[in-house]
Design a protein around this ligand. Structure first.
Ligand SMILES: Nc1ncnc2c1ncn2[C@@H]1O[C@H](COP(=O)(O)OP(=O)(O)OP(=O)(O)O)[C@@H](O)[C@H]1O
Length: 619
C-alpha cells in the first residue's frame, strides 16, 4: 500500500501574528515493499512530515495524502512507532505481547493457542525469544526498540512509520534494526522512518531516501543514486566519504546554499530507479549498474574485514523470512474491523493490566499500605483520647484536618508523578488504536478506586479507634465515608494535575492549591470572620465539606456529653454542640456535605477526562 502525498504545506504560528512555514509544498510517494528514510538536517521538518503522514498533526496542514491506489486516508492502515520506547516496565516481554494481542485481536478471530503461536512467531522473528521472561524495565535499548516494533506487528499493519528507530543504539544494533525493517518491507509493507546520520552500511540498505532541507524536498530517490545526483548539480562527494554524511553536509550548507538547485533537481522521478548510470559520465556506461556509483565507495564489499560487520552479516541472515506477508498474517483474518475485540472486552483486559501493575508496583500498594498503618498509629498516639476528652475538643477538630490533609496529599502526589509517564504510553497505544481513551479512563478509575477506598478505610479505622471517637457504628461509618470521599476526590485531583501539568509544576501547584483549600475550610479562620468574597471562594474547597462533615459526625445527632477529667475545674466543650456552634457548623448538614463531595468527585473526574483528552490531542 503506497503512501502518496502532494503539495503538503505545514504552517505553525510562532508569535501573536507571526507564522512559520515548516513544510513548503512537499510531494512524494513511498512505495510498498520499500524501506524509506526521511533525512535532513536538524529542524528541516522530518518529524513534522512524519507526524502529518501518520495523522498525528492535522492543524495547519494543507495538501493531499492517500494510502494505496484507492486514495484512502484511513489511519487504521498505519502504525506509528515513536522515537521513545514507552513500555510498561513491570511486565515481561511475553506478557506485554500477549496483552497487546488481546487488545488488538478478538478471541473470535484467534483462540488462545493461536495467539500464543502468533506472539512466539513475532518474538522469534525479532530475536526477542531469549528475553521473553525479562521485564520491559530491564531491556536494552535495542531490545526495547525491537519490542516496540513487535507490538505493532501483531495486527500486521500494511504501513509502518518509525521516528528515528536507531537513535540511542550502537552501530551494530542500528544495523540490525534497519535490516529487520528491510525484511518487513520485503514482505509487502511500506516502511518509512526518519533517521539521523546513518552509517554508509545502513544508508545503503534504504531503498528510497527522502531528504528535506528548510522545508523543501532536496532529494528523493535511491540511496545508491545519491552521489550521481549530487554530482548532477555540481557537488562532488570526496573519495572514501560516506554519501549520507556528504548529503547532510550539503543540506547544512557547508559547501554553499544549494537548496534551490537541489529542490529543482529532486523533482526528477528517475533518481528512484536504482541504481542509475552516472549522468555526468563519472562511472562509465553500463546501464543501471552499481559500477556507476564511485567515487563514494560502497560501504560494504565482499572483502570487508570489519569483524563487527561480518558478525552482523551472519546475524541478519537468520532474520529472514520475517513475520509473514502483509496479506497473510494471521491468514484467516482479512477484515481488520472484524478482528478487533469490543471496547468492553478491552476494558476488562485493561483492568487486568492495571491490577497486575498495581500489585507489582510495591511502592503504590504494599509500601503505601504500610505507611498508612504506621502514620495512622502515630497520629492516633499523638491525638490520644481527644475524641472523648472535653479539654481536647480543639485538638480533636484539628485531628480531622490532619486526616483530610494526610489522605489528600498521599493520594494526589502519586497521581501527579504517575500520569506524565503513563500519558506517553497512553498516547502511543491509543494513537495506534489499541483502545479508546475513554476505555482506558474507565479501566484506570475502576482499578484505582477500590485500592484508594481500601487504604482510606484502613487509615480511618485505626485513627477512629485510637483517638477515642464515639463507639457507635453509625458514626464510624459516617466518619469513614467522609475520608473515603475525600480520598477519591484527591485521586481525581491528582489525575487532573498529572494530565494538565508536568511533574514539577504539578507538585508545586498541587501543594499550593492544597494549602489554599486548607485555609478556606473554616478552621484556621472562621467563616464568620471572612469577607463575603472570601466566603464565596470557600465553597470551592472540598476540604470545607470534608471538615464540616467530620465535625458533624463527631458532635451532631445528640451526641452525649464529653468526659471532663476529674482534675479539671471547668470544661468548656463538655456539651458536644458547643464546639459546633463556635466553628459555625450547622447541625443536620451531614448529607449536604457528603452530596457536595460526590459532586466534587464527579466534576473533577469529568475535568480530568477532558484534560487527558486535550493533552493527547496536543501531542
Ligand atoms: N508546533 C510548532 N510550533 C513552532 N515551531 C514548530 C512546531 N513544529 C515544528 N516547528 C518548527 O519546525 C521546524 C521543523 O521541526 P521538526 O521537528 O519537524 O524538525 P526535524 O527535522 O524533525 O528536526 P530534528 O532532526 O532536530 O528532530 C523546527 O524549526 C521547529 O522548531
Amino acid at each position: 500500500m503506497d503512501v502518496t502525498f502532494d503539495n503538503i504545506t505545514y504552517t505553525v504560528s510562532t508569535g501573536k501574528r507571526e507564522k512559520k512555514t515548516v513544510l513548503n509544498g512537499v510531494s512524494g510517494r513511498f512505495q510498498s515493499g520499500e524501506l524509506t528514510a526521511i533525512m535532513g538536517p536538524s529542524g528541516a521538518g522530518k518529524s513534522s512530515l512524519l507526524n502529518i503522514l501518520t495523522g498525528y498533526t492535522t492543524h495547519g496542514v494543507k495538501g493531499t495524502l492517500a494510502f494505496g491506489s484507492s486514495g484512502s486516508t484511513n489511519r487504521k492502515l498505519c502504525s506509528y512507532i515513536l522515537q521513545e520506547d514507552y513500555l510498561q516496565p513491570l511486565f515481561t516481554v511475553h506478557e506485554i505481547m500477549l496483552m497487546a494481542c488481546d487488545l488488538k485481536v478478538s478471541s473470535d478471530s484467534l483462540n488462545r493457542s493461536e495467539k500464543l503461536r502468533l506472539v512466539d512467531k513475532i518474538l522469534d522473528t525479532l530475536h526477542l525469544s531469549y528475553c521473553k521472561q525479562t521485564r520491559c524495565g530491564s531491556l536494552s535499548g535495542g531490545q526495547r526498540k525491537r519490542l516496540s516494533i513487535a507490538l505493532e506487528l501483531i495486527d500486521n499493519p500494511p504501513i509502518l512509520f518509525l521516528d528515528e528507530p536507531t537513535t540511542g543504539l550502537d552501530s551494530s544494533s542500528s544495523l540490525y534494526t534497519i535490516k529487520l525493517l528491510q525484511g518487513l518491507a520485503r514482505e509487502g509493507r511500506t516502511i518509512v522512518c526518519t533517521i539521523h546520520q546513518p552509517s554508509a552500511t545502513v544508508y545503503e540498505m534504504f531503498d528510497h531516501v527522502y531528504v528535506l532541507a528548510e522545508g523543501h524536498c532536496v532529494y528523493q530517490g535511491s540511496a545508491l543514486n545519491t552521489v550521481p545526483y549530487l554530482r548532477s548539480v555540481g557537488l562532488h562527494c570526496p573519495a572514501y566519504h560516506n554519501a549520507a554524511d556528504y548529503l547532510l553536509e550539503v543540506t547544512n550548507k557547508e559547501y554553499g546554499n544549494f537548496t534551490k538547485a537541489l529542490a529543482k533537481a529532486a523533482t526528477d522521478p528517475s533518481w528512484r530507479l536504482a541504481p542509475l548510470v552516472d549522468r555526468l559520465g563519472g562511472g562509465g556506461g553500463g546501464g543501471g549498474v552499481p559500477a556507476a556509483l564511485p567515487p563514494c565507495p560502497p560501504a560494504y564489499d565482499s572483502n570487508h574485514n570489519d569483524a563487527v560487520y561480518q558478525g552482523h552479516r551472519k546475524e541478519v541472515a537468520v532474520v529472514v523470512p520475517l513475520v509473514g506477508p502483509v496479506d497473510q498474517l494471521p491468514g484467516k483474518m482479512a477484515d481488520q474491523s472484524q478482528r478487533r475485540p469490543s471496547e468492553f472486552a478491552k476494558l476488562l483486559i485493561l483492568m487486568k493490566r492495571s491490577n497486575i501493575q498495581l500489585y507489582r508496583d510495591w511502592t503504590v500498594t504494599h509500601l503505601k499500605l504500610f505507611v498508612h498503618i504506621v502514620c495512622a498509629i502515630v497520629i492516633g498516639l499523638l491525638f490520644g483520647d481527644s475524641g472523648i476528652n472535653a479539654t481536647k475538643s480543639i485538638s480533636n477538630v484539628a485531628s480531622f484536618m490532619v486526616h483530610i490533609l494526610y489522605l489528600w496529599y498521599t493520594t494526589v502526589m502519586p497521581g501527579v508523578l504517575k500520569y506524565p509517564y503513563e500519558m506517553n504510553i497512553l498516547k502511543k497505544e491509543s494513537f495506534n488504536r489499541w483502545y479508546k481513551i475513554r476505555t482506558y479512563f474507565v479501566a484506570s478509575m475502576l482499578t484505582s478506586l477500590p485500592v484508594q477506598i481500601f487504604f482510606a478505610i484502613v487509615y480511618a479505622t485505626i485513627v477512629y479507634a485510637m483517638t477515642y471517637q464515639p463507639c457507635e457504628l453509625e458514626r464510624y461509618l459516617m466518619f469513614t465515608a467522609v475520608l473515603v470521599l475525600n480520598t477519591i476526590v484527591a485521586d481525581g485531583f491528582g489525575l487532573f494535575l498529572g494530565t494538565f501539568l508536568n511533574e514539577i509544576n504539578g507538585t508545586f501547584i498541587g501543594a499550593i492549591m492544597t494549602c489554599f483549600m486548607f485555609v478556606f475550610c473554616g478552621f484556621l479562620i472562621m467563616f464568620s470572620h471572612m469577607s463575603d468574597a472570601m466566603r464565596g471562594i470557600s465553597y470551592l474547597s472540598s476540604h470545607r465539606y470534608s471538615f464540616e462533615a467530620l465535625v458533624l459526625t463527631a458532635y451532631d445527632d445528640s451526641r452525649s456529653d464529653l468526659v471532663c477529667p476529674k482534675d479539671e475545674m471547668y470544661c468548656h466543650y463538655v456539651k458536644a454542640n458547643t464546639i459546633m456552634r463556635e466553628l459555625g457548623v450547622v447541625s443536620g448538614n451531614y448529607l449536604f456535605n457528603v452530596v457536595t463531595l460526590v459532586v466534587h468527585f464527579v466534576a473533577i473526574k469529568v475535568v480530568g477526562f477532558w484534560t487527558l483528552k486535550r493533552k493527547l490531542k496536543m501531542g
